[in-house]
Write a protein that binds this ligand. Structure first.
Ligand SMILES: [Zn+2]
Length: 99
């Protein structure tokens, strides 16, 4: 997978609006507040390793073409759970920086 083409839905840590984060996102499109590029990258790196380690993804890889559809489903299911985890991680990071 190319994480530079992936998107993660998060709530902006500044304005709480739902936004789509890309690997190259530098600021919130809604409120214009800047994000720490290192944090954005690490979010994507975590996302990648979670997807790569998901059972759905690995099963899909092994089953070849027929498995690709399964992997797709697995990835989208994974990304739902992932996004929640990432939002939590993101909030923790932001809180840690604020405190
Ligand atoms: Zn914002």
């Amino acid at each position: 997978m190319d994480i530079k083409k992936e998107r993660i839905r998060i709530n902006c840590s500044h304005c709480e609006n739902k936004i789509v984060l890309t690997y190259h996102t530098e600021r919130c499109p809604k409120c214009g507040q800047p994000f720490d590029p290192e944090q954005v990258k690490s979010l994507f790196h975590n996302y990648e390793s979670q997807v790569m380690n998901s059972k759905f993804y690995q099963a899909g890889e092994k089953m070849g073409k027929a498995g690709n559809a399964m992997a797709e489903v697995g990835n989208s299911m994974q990304s739902c759970g992932c996004t929640l985890t990432l939002i939590t991680i993101f909030i923790i990071i932001v809180l840690a920086l604020l405190l």
